[in-house]
Each structure stands twice: as C-alpha cells, then as structure tokens.
Design a protein around this ligand. Sequence first.
Ligand code: B12
Ligand code: SF4
Length: 487
Amino acid sequence: MINLVIGRCRLSILGRHRPPVIIRETPDLGAVMARVALVNLASLEMPGNEPIFPIGLRCVQDALDRAGHHTQLIDLVEDPQAHDDLSWAAQPWDVIGFTIRNIDPLDLACDNHVEHYVEFVNRVRAAAGSRCPLFVGGGPGYSLFADVLLPLLGFDVGVVGPGENMMLDIVASPEAYRGTGRNLGGGRYGGFTAEALRHPPSLLAAYARSPTAMIGVEAKRKTCYQGCSYCPYAHISGENKGELKPRELLAEELRAIHAAGIRRVFFTDSIFNSELRPAKEVVRTIAGLALPGLTWCAYFTPKPFDDELAELLVGSGVDYVLVSPDSLDDGVMRALGKSFRSRHVDRFVERCRQRDLPLRVNVVFGGPGETRETVRATARCADAMLSDDELVMNLGYRVLPSTAMARQLGLADSDLLSPTFYPFDPELFSWVIEEVDQRFVPTKMMFNILAGRVASRKMFPLRPQPGAAGQVMSLPYLPLTRQRWAT
Ligand code: B12
Ligand code: SF4
C-alpha cells in the first residue's frame, strides 16, 4: 500500500480497482466557499423509472451547506422545466455534481437508464459552455460502475461510496481535480451522527404530491458483510462499521417528514435488524412518536429476529415485514450465499403470523443451481407458509460488478453495464407458471413473467473473457445481456 499526503488529506492507494480512501484529519475551517449545483439524474423521465426522494444527494448537499458552500439541488420532480430550460447550468458554478441511483430496474424486461444519463449530462455540459464547472459523479448506481461511467459521462472525478467528505474536499479545491479522470473512495462522515437531516420544504412537498410518496431515512450506516453472491451493498456502502443515528435526531427527522405530509418511510439500512438491540431502539422511537398515519418499512432478515422484536413491531405502523430469502430451496439459498435457510424463514413467518403482522417475502427464480425441482421446492414452501399477497416473485438475477456472481462468471464490468443476467434454463418461465400456485400469480405478475420471457429471447448470450476461470465454463447456459455497451 502506498501512502501519499496531499494537502490536508491522506490518499491511500490500495490497488488499481480499489479507490483511495480519504481520511479527513482537520475540519475545513476558512476554506474558500464554492458554488455547487447538484443534479438528481434519478428524476429524469425514463422507461421503468419512478423517481423517489433523493436522500443520498440531500446528504451531500446538507454537508456542503453546513460547511458554508452555496448549493442548489436540481430535481426534475420539483422543477420539471429544468429539463428543457437549462439556463441553471449556465450560472457560474464551480462544481456540478450528478447523482446516479439506478443503472436499470434489475428487470429482464426493462431498459438501461445509462443512455438517458449520457444524453442529459452532455446537454448540461453544452449549456454550461466555456465556464467549464468541474463535473463530479456519485451515488449508489454510479459507485457500482464508476470506472465505466466516468469516461462515458465525461466526469472530471467520481466518488465511490458515501459522498459527503470527499465532496467537501473536491469543492474546496476544484482545480486540483480537473480532468483527473479518477474515482475516489468516500469515507465515514461525522455529521451523520451529529446532525439531523432536515429536507427543504419545497422538495418534500414535490414528492409528497404522489399518493404513494415514500421517503428514505437512514437509521444507521453499516456495511453488510454477509456476502450473498449477487449483492453489491458492501462495495456501495464502503467502510461503514456501523454508526447509529442518535434517537433524538432520528425522531426529529421523522417529525419533519410527517409534518411535510409524507406518510411512508423506508429505512434504507442494508439490513434493518442485522443487530437486534439497535433495531428495537428504532422501533421504540417510531412507536413513541405516535405520528398519526405514519407507516414504515425496511429490509428485515429472518435471523436474527426474536419474539421481542416481533412484539415491538405490533402497532408500530410497520407497513409489512419485508424479507428477501430469494429462494426457499436450501440448495439454491446456499449457492446464493444466504446466511439462513428455509427453516429460519419458516420460524420468522410463524412469529409474524402469531401477531398478525403483515408480511412480504421476496423470491427471485433463476439463481445458481435453479432447476425445475428447486422451483417446485420454493413453490411448495411458499404455498405452505404464505397467503396470496405475501409472495413477491421476480425472474432472473441481474449480475452486478464487485459481486461474487460477477467474479464466478468472469465478466468485465463494462460487459455488465447493459442489463446482464445469470445463466438460466429457458424453460424457467414455464416451470414458474406450472409450479407456483396461481393464487401467487395475479394478472400483473403473469404479464411481467411473459414480458421477461419475450425480453430474454431477444437477449445476447455473453461469453466470458478468454482465459477466465469463471464457473460459467461448467454451466450449461451463458449469461444473457440486453446489448453490448460501446465505451
Ligand atoms: C433502500 C433502498 C431502496 C428502497 C428505497 C426507499 C426510499 N424511498 O428511498 C426501495 C426498496 C424502495 C428501493 C427500490 C429500488 N431500488 Co433500491 N436500494 C436501496 C438501498 C438498500 C439503499 C439506498 C439508500 O437510500 N441509501 C442511503 C443513502 C443516503 O445513500 P446513497 O443514496 O448511496 O447516497 C450516498 C452516496 O451514494 C453518495 N452520493 C449520492 N449521490 C451523490 C452525488 C455526488 C455528486 C457524490 C459525490 C456522492 C453522492 O453520498 C451519499 C451520502 O453518503 C440501495 C443499496 C445500497 N446499499 O446502497 C439499493 C439500490 C440503490 N437500489 C437499487 C435498485 C435497482 C432499486 C429498484 C430499481 C429495484 C426495483 N426493481 O424495484 C427500485 C427503484 C426505486 C426508485 N424508484 O428509484 C440498486 C441501484 C443500482 C442498480 N443496480 O441499478 C441498489 C444499489 C441495490 C442493488 N441491488 O444494486 N431501494
Ligand atoms: S444480507 Fe442482504 S444486504 Fe447483506 S449481502 Fe445479503 S443481500 Fe446483500
């Protein structure tokens, strides 16, 4: 490992694909104030995209505001005219930051969003003209494909992982980053536990207009190290060992959200109950607030989950208790790297059932080792355990960079930018329709399955790079991709 000291920052270069981690050693007292526009690319109109409140970009904006910088968040839900009228881009910005949340909706039948991002960023660049503000990329989708997206979008610099600290460094001396073409690692941000994140009323109001308005709230920042083979969360959330938002700050955020008219909250933690004690504290906080009509949801795991947590959930406003075992066949669960088995899901369902807690169980057919028999095992288990609206089904595993699945398949990140799916038997669609009880397949779900089947037939088989020792060599099918992305 090479350590460089640049200004007040120490850059640790860990390797070609590992972005340097910056550790802030002193606060930026007396730094020059910058003018920064922050653009929510997830608010673009794109097939398959339903914009949600830009919580990640708001975190970055909040950090910059607190440091005294002048910022403006451009969100096309709040200000739809900003799409065609790019006069905002011509203002004298020092930096324009772009957030990329989703690359695509992870769905066999859906398109990629990237061409829309390229087109819009190019228009912004043209509108900014000769002023040439520094262009910076960030966000969860960006973090996944940073090395591919940076040149594609022509960013000067990008941030992988939490963006606050690195963005503070970038805006403090934009010229030091101009044209560097590098992606830098985000790091821990002290403000997360020190300050409540209060959103601007106009932005909240814009998102509150939707009858299904739901806002993300971070109860903790903690990387999930469970290592499910398809999951990129550890890469996206970076070196976060587990910081909890203090209860009083969380309560303040929830009160403000409720006052703005939003009634649905999603706790954005990778796994809400990865540790039971803090999860119970959050549930007690929500219940204690007793905000009329406020409901909430989060990603739960069946293990750890105990009677006390189940009891606390009752009457807390939880919309439903959401778990993603992804399969209910123990062999497939093992191949996916799940840390629990179908018996744990069974016990978890039982605990919820005893207390009439609403449930949602996500499964995705088409993972490693999926056969007609494993589809049948999942279908039977679901049938025995779940009522009609409790099973949520998807088909096809989107292969994402920095995952065990991508490594097994020996595919380059650039191959994965276009929607790419783990190899599956083309009969998978028929197996699901034939094996899963019809009560779990409402008309909309049937259309999704059929659309996925049609889409998969138009996709291209993708060969691993020559010499790749990936497990794909021993699989009967090849991964499927929507298109080859020219970089
Ligand atoms: C919670 C969550 C949800 C919730 C969101 C609830 C809500 N109302 O917010 C629900 C369940 C609804 C959801 C739905 C979906 N999600 Co989701 N979700 C997440 C999750 C777990 C956390 C996201 C989050 O809010 N984090 C907290 C915020 C504060 O962090 P952040 O956004 O990353 O922002 C930080 C940094 O990225 C950075 N940053 C952000 N912007 C910028 C900008 C600049 C300039 C800089 C420098 C830095 C920077 O700084 C921020 C602060 O530290 C992530 C996985 C993960 N671990 O990140 C997936 C994730 C973002 N989701 C993903 C996807 C695809 C989806 C869906 C399309 C799935 C589907 N088919 O329905 C939908 C789309 C929703 C939508 N309409 O956009 C993908 C996106 C990447 C991809 N593969 O394309 C992820 C990464 C998961 C995955 N499987 O890969 N999701
Ligand atoms: S438990 Fe969830 S967040 Fe953790 S690695 Fe598995 S899928 Fe990802």
